[in-house]
Write a protein that binds this ligand. Sequence first.
Ligand code: GTP
Ligand code: MG
Length: 224
Amino acid sequence: MKKHEEKIFENEIISIFDNEADYENENALTFNKLMAYYRCAIMEIETKFNVLNEEYSLQYDRNPISSIKTRLKSPISIKEKLERNAFPVTTESIEQNLADVAGIRVICSFPEDVYALANALLRQDDIQLVKKKDYIKNPKENGYRSLHLIVAVPIFLSCEKRIMHVEIQLRTIAMDFWASLEHQIRYKKDTEFTEDMMKELYECARVSAELDMRMDELRKKCDR
Ligand code: GTP
Ligand code: MG
């Protein structure tokens, strides 16, 4: 992290403790350490996907991964989620109760790539699947599609091995396009979301899924 980013992050951490004095005690140190471990876990998973992308592009002469986005849940969001679910707001509780502190989103070219990449990752012997939600086979009521995995991955520190949880979201470019815009629309303040708007959003999701299918057909024709 750059110096000014560190400062912003530090201020955010202070704001999750009841008072600044608490920040000075070891809580803050443990919290910082845990966040560093999550950052390492993200690096591990991102590298694994980059390696798979490299291998596939050699084999099939195209990239299955269009882009990768990573994010560490902010201290404020961590605090809010713990409180919302009536979990204690402690560093220990974060590891025990939250599985989405470390997040990675893998945007794939085609639906087939989503499953090929997920399966290739899950076959690796240091990766353990904790939870899987397939919103592609079973889209959410609003039309949301993505494959969600919670995995456990080891990170190797100088004197210990730590198992960390990472949330992985795999989706196609079309699914990502819909999800990003839906997120922006949903979080618009002062606007009532009507039944008609919900229907229209669902229809947009259906059209994007159809687009994915049609592009996939085209790809298959070209592969022959
Ligand atoms: P959270 O408590 O929000 O983490 O949800 P969850 O524990 O029920 O997990 P789920 O796998 O359903 O969703 C996790 C994440 O997927 C969310 O934080 C979003 O990033 C994404 N997501 C889930 N549903 C939607 C949706 O309807 N629209 C969009 N844009 N993103 C979604
Ligand atoms: Mg979440």
